[in-house]
Design a protein around this ligand. Structure first.
Ligand code: BF8
Ligand code: SF4
Length: 635
């Protein structure tokens, strides 16, 4: 029974315990929600004005238009682009936060932060065409922050955002410009989507979807700047060996779970926890303080500092059911509101930290960059206090954790390749793609969803693609899935990679000093770090003199659920990447919108959505796409 809900062995162990304790989880609520609304699933329900709600009869017997006259195509298109706007808002707000922090550091206002990677900041400045000669690091930080914040302020419609312009291939920029979908200002583009989808505005599904694509590209811009500026502030990831799954929670430590997305808070919590370790020991925790990660905040601190990952999205509640998490500190996004109630069943302090993200029943510590150290100390002290109330009889930590080698940013991938060819690091990768040792590259991204047994589609697809010699990158909860299931290990490469892929990963890993192959799937970071994968692809495309839609590159979100995934998937398509979805997108009530996204997009952009719920078939289809692309390149 439980194995149908999740394939994560630690989650399967804890579900019966949750049941015994009378705790309802995401899977119980999913069951209680059945049958789910068919109109919503098709995207044909409109709640945009109070004459509604309206819904279109998909069988053609009932209403074919809403009260205002909107048909299924208009309603579906409006709904989906509002999802894109929400996703873009989430990512870019995160990015803005990081950019403002960089500006604060440049002005000497934020003692909790510094530029940890000056080389990265200089590289970013060069990328943005900012002259750094004779400038000190604070001046460079100020200039980079200014150029970044322009992406939220520029009012010239013809001048694309700085980051997107600095990031994509020339051909891609021209193609997007010709379609008028290059964003000039992230905030403005999101606002336009909200404005044009009001009652009585844009009703043309094609025009609406193009507006959505622009919003998705604004999302991409926000992700690029969030990733790169976080690297400058907190360090650029490099390979590190760590562990994943609920077994990383320690019985004799004060366990603090950092959960959400924005590293501004979690970085300081990690630092302060080190300073307060002795206090935890005095409180009786002989292993001191143990920080563990959940969701993308977890991925951020994992790839930068090797902090172990306890859970991806669907098992966040189960971290609390272990009875051994003393504090769950949350910032923004993907935090189930149920965590405060479950925390209250135990001794756990659930602490919200962002003024615009509170949860009833949680303790709120108003986190500000200016007072970050003080805020973090309060959070850690609260965790130590909670630890004293922990009931050891209710502790159930599943004995499951897997080793994970993580931290593959662009720099570390290029660095590893440079050990084979220092003059021309990309050459070994390109050569192996050209000669077919690597058939193609797949980027796994996105969430867990209760529509799929947790992690099962990720793992099934990855094993099949690996056997067919596809190089795999991962971010977000996809990366969490692979880490928890042992696919970010050298052993996994030896066990699952096809012979030629195995040989390439072994050659790179050995020459890079890993004493064996690179892991089977390379962990690039959180969801905003999907931008890292694009950078690798752009570098390869530029070197080959082709555009992204010619590369044997595919993306997949086999268990997607969030509006952020809708935004990411859409920019992936806009960049020319065939993008697989393993959960049903809520657009099928409009044949026109479905056709636009799965077929017309191919002509317009080169990328398109490919929907396949069966993971084994999905892998086959992606392999076909890869072979088709190879043929196009004549390799
Ligand atoms: O940004 S993969 S469930 S945690 S939305 Fe959320 Fe989806 Fe996880 Fe990270 Ni991304
Ligand atoms: Fe109905 Fe039109 Fe109002 Fe939507 S905008 S709820 S379709 S009347």
């Amino acid at each position: 029974m439980t194995m149908k809900l999740t394939t994560d062995p630690s989650a399967a162990t804890l579900l019966p315990i949750a049941k015994k304790e009378g705790i309802s989880t995401v899977w119980d609520r999913h069951r209680a929600m059945q049958p789910q609304c068919g109109f919503g699933q098709l995207g044909v329900c409109c709640r945009i004005c109070w004459k509604g709600p309206c819904r279109i009869d998909p069988f053609g017997d009932g209403p074919q238009r809403g009260i205002c006259g909107a048909d299924a195509d208009t309603i579906v298109a409006r709904n989906v682009i509002r999802m894109i706007a929400a996703g873009a808002a989430g990512h870019s707000e995160h990015g803005r936060h990081v950019a403002l922090a960089l500006q604060g550091v440049a002005e000497g206002r934020l003692p909790a932060y510094q530029i940890r990677d000056e080389a990265k900041l200089r590289a970013v400045a060069a990328k943005l065409d900012i002259c750094t000669e004779g400038q000190d690091i604070a001046a460079i930080a100020a200039a980079v922050a200014k150029a970044t914040l322009e992406d939220f302020q520029n009012q010239d419609h013809d001048a694309p955002c700085n980051w997107i312009e600095a990031t994509l291939t020339k051909k891609r920029l021209e193609r997007l410009q010709a379609l008028h979908v290059l964003p000039h200002n992230i905030d403005a583009v999101i606002t336009q989507i909200m404005g044009r989808t009001l009652v009585g505005c844009d009703a043309d599904p094609v025009n609406l979807i193009l507006g959505g694509i622009k919003g998705a590209l604004a999302d991409f811009d926000g992700m690029c700047l969030a990733t790169e500026l976080s690297d400058a502030l907190f360090g650029t990831p490099s390979p590190v060996i760590t562990a994943a799954n609920l077994g990383v929670i320690k019985p004799d430590a004060v366990n603090i779970a950092v959960h959400g997305h924005n590293p501004l808070l979690s970085e300081v919590v990690c630092e302060v926890a080190g300073q307060m370790d002795e206090e935890a020991r005095k409180a009786g925790a002989k292993d001191g303080i143990n920080i563990v990660g959940i969701c993308c905040t977890g991925n951020e601190v994992m790839v930068r500092h090797g902090i172990p990952l306890a859970a991806n999205y669907l098992s966040q509640e189960l971290a609390l059911v272990t009875g051994a998490v003393d504090a769950m500190v949350v910032d923004v996004q993907c935090i189930m509101p149920s965590v405060s109630e479950i925390g209250a069943c135990f001794h756990t302090a659930v602490i919200t930290t962002m003024a615009e993200n509170k949860i009833p029943g949680a303790t709120h510590v108003d986190f500000k960059e200016e007072t970050a150290l003080e805020n973090a100390r309060r959070i850690v002290a609260t965790a130590i206090e909670a630890y004293k109330r922990r009931d050891p009889r209710r502790v159930n930590i599943p004995d499951f954790k897997q080793t994970a080698i993580v931290g593959f940013g662009v720099e570390s991938v290029v660095g590893a390749l440079a050990t084979l060819n220092a003059e021309d690091p990309l050459q070994p990768l390109i050569e192996n793609i050209a000669n077919g040792n690597i058939r193609g590259i797949a980027l796994f991204a996105g969430c867990n969803s209760t529509q799929v047994a947790q992690d099962s589609s990720f793992v099934t697809m990855a094993k099949k693609l690996a056997a067919n010699n596809v190089l795999m990158l991962a971010t977000g909860c996809g990366a969490g899935s692979f880490a928890k299931h042992g696919l970010m290990t050298q052993e996994a490469t030896l066990e699952y990679a096809g012979d030629s892929l195995k040989a390439v990963l072994t050659a790179i890993g050995t020459s890079a000093g890993l004493n064996g192959p690179l892991p089977l799937v390379l962990h690039m970071g959180s969801c905003v770090d999907n931008s890292r994968a694009v950078q690798v692809a752009v570098a390869v495309a530029d070197k080959l003199g082709v555009d992204l839609d010619q590369l044997p590159l595919v993306a997949s979100a086999p268990e997607a659920m969030s509006e952020k995934a809708v935004a990411i998937g859409t920019w992936s398509v806009a960049l020319g990447i065939p993008t697989h979805l393993g959960t049903m997108p809520q657009v099928t009530g409009s044949a026109k919108v479905t056709e636009l996204l799965t077929q017309t997009a191919k002509d317009l952009l080169g990328g398109y959505f490919l929907v396949e719920l069966d993971p084994a078939l999905a892998a086959d289809k992606l392999l076909e796409v890869i072979e088709e692309r190879r043929k196009g390149l004549g390799i």
